[in-house]
Design a protein around this ligand. Structure first.
Ligand code: DON
Length: 477
């Protein structure tokens, strides 16, 4: 009998498997056309199809031709917009380029009547104007800055496809016409050839699906490249770019895209597509056959399926999370465990409800902070039987978002003004609530601290006067 050797087939992780499955199910769809108005783009293999996903921890998953480079084309636009925002600030940029979806094709003459201000930075007119806003002494330096920033988004130096650049330089008369219109209206304030040279170069930068996924992940990660850890742009800029991608990134398909896929995205005529799920991951897709609107057929279909499968829609309700207040009570029912004299125990028994306790847990953002504020509003010495001390046990708080921290700290301040002393118990010693009277390394110690304060308020001498020898099993000292 011949010996049969079986070779264990490596099972891909579930994310790679999902990308692989999408690739396999869509690869045979040969619908759509190559972009031909930039002749060099028509020379690409129409069968190419790459998918990549990069996480906030810098892990990358991929399938198909995810390492095959393609020219970014319009996928470059959001990243150059980010650079213009960093250079000039939102207000100045908005005064020059709008943020309204045009509902028109990418190469439409979408200019505000009179001012010539383009409707948004994702259509060609807006992108050309945005490129002109990047600060630099001359066009060569301007392109180098753009290349540097896009490379920082990708985490590696991006090269220029000279042939595609030359091809568009030769045939890009429609963009030239748009630039002349803007220059005539006064919205474009530099030379047409000068800005187009830089714009065509940025469009001809080469990146792979993996690069694009990392670029998207950098936006999704608040401007910090999750692979290199380099801060490329600030968090507000990353958010502004994602907002404009969500409303304008898919041109005249933007509304339906937001409806069906629900992710900020940008497509390009070479077949690239970038999309981001804020705080979760970035995706980069590439397949050169385009639909009538200039968006990659396979990339759009893959994004839809991916968004459905992983419930990525921005408007998706995340479902109920754990209750933010894990435990609420007073020192009547919850005691520190410290051995106390009998007389002390009697005082605590009689006045334990002077000490309130809240144990908080989870990731606390605005809505959770609001729940806590509501709960704290009942803590008051003015109320009959109301507390004068409050233990805030934050041991189980995994994260207190800055906005929630401000809300809670001002509640602590306000409690203080009403005569409630707040003691925080936090083994991580994070100083989350600076206006608390004290922060101790555990909730038990915070409770003990409040008990001591309560006993002292009932006369420090009490314990001394009535000291009695402690008996084992008595629970006293
Ligand atoms: O300006 C152009 O026409 C091209 N360099 C880029 C256009 C583009 O990618 C539109 N996207 N779908």
């Amino acid at each position: 009998m011949s010996k049969v050797t079986t070779r264990a087939r490596a099972t891909p992780d579930p994310i790679t498997a999902a990308l692989q499955e999408l690739h396999d199910s869509l690869a045979s769809d040969a619908g759509g056309d190559l972009a031909t108005y930039i002749p060099q783009l028509a020379r690409v293999d129409p069968g190419l199809f790459g998918l990549a996903l990069a996480t906030m921890h810098g892990r990358v998953y991929k399938a198909g031709d995810a390492d095959v480079p393609f020219t970014l084309q319009s996928v470059s636009k959001p990243f150059v917009y980010a650079l213009a925002l960093a250079d000039l600030g939102l207000e100045e940029v908005l005064s020059r380029v709008g943020a309204e979806p045009s509902g028109e094709a990418f190469n439409a003459i979408s200019l505000e009547p009179g001012s010539g201000r383009p409707s948004n930075p994702m259509v060609n007119a807006g992108a050309i104007l945005t490129t002109s806003l990047v600060r630099a002494p001359d066009p060569v330096a301007r392109f180098e800055r753009i290349r540097e920033v896009l490379s920082a988004f990708a985490g590696r130096r991006l090269e220029l496809d000279e042939a595609v650049f030359a091809s568009e330089l030769e045939t890009g008369d429609r963009n030239r016409a748009l630039a002349y219109l803007m220059r005539n209206a006064g919205s474009l304030r530099c030379g047409v050839d000068e800005v187009l040279d830089v714009y065509f170069r940025q469009c001809a930068l080469l990146a792979t699906s993996v690069d694009v996924a990392v670029m998207a992940a950098t936006l999704a990660n608040g401007g910090v490249n999750p692979c290199t850890k380099v801060t490329v742009v600030s968090q507000p800029i990353a958010e502004h770019v994602l907002a404009v991608m969500a409303s304008c990134g898919m041109y005249d398909a933007a509304g339906e895209w937001l409806l069906r896929v629900g992710l900020p995205a940008k497509s390009g005529v070479s077949g690239g597509l970038v999309a981001a799920s804020p705080g979760q991951f970035g995706i980069g897709l590439f397949s050169p056959l385009l639909d009538a609107r200039g968006n990659s057929v396979r990339a759009v279909a893959a994004s839809r399926l991916l968004a459905e499968r992983f419930q990525l829609h921005l408007m998706h309700h995340p479902g109920r999370s754990v209750p933010v207040i894990a435990r609420a009570g007073s020192a009547l029912t919850l005691q520190s465990g410290r051995r106390r004299l009998r007389t002390e125990r009697e005082v605590l028994h009689a006045h334990g409800d002077d000490i309130d306790l809240r144990s908080l847990q989870g990731d606390i953002e605005f809505a959770a902070a609001e729940v806590i504020l509501q709960s704290l509003s009942t803590v008051s010495p003015a109320r009959p039987g109301g507390a004068r001390w409050l233990v805030l046990d934050v041991q189980g708080v995994s994260r207190l978002h800055p906005v929630a921290a401000r809300m809670l700290d001002s509640a602590v301040l306000e409690l203080g003004s009403r005569g409630v002393v707040v003691a925080v118990g936090d083994p991580h010693r994070r100083g989350l609530l600076p206006h608390a009277a004290v922060e101790l390394p555990s909730p038990e110690e915070a409770l003990e601290w409040c008990e001591d304060a309560l006993l002292e308020s009932h006369g420090a001498s009490l314990a001394l006067e009535q000291r009695e020898p402690w008996q084992p099993g008595q629970g006293g000292e």
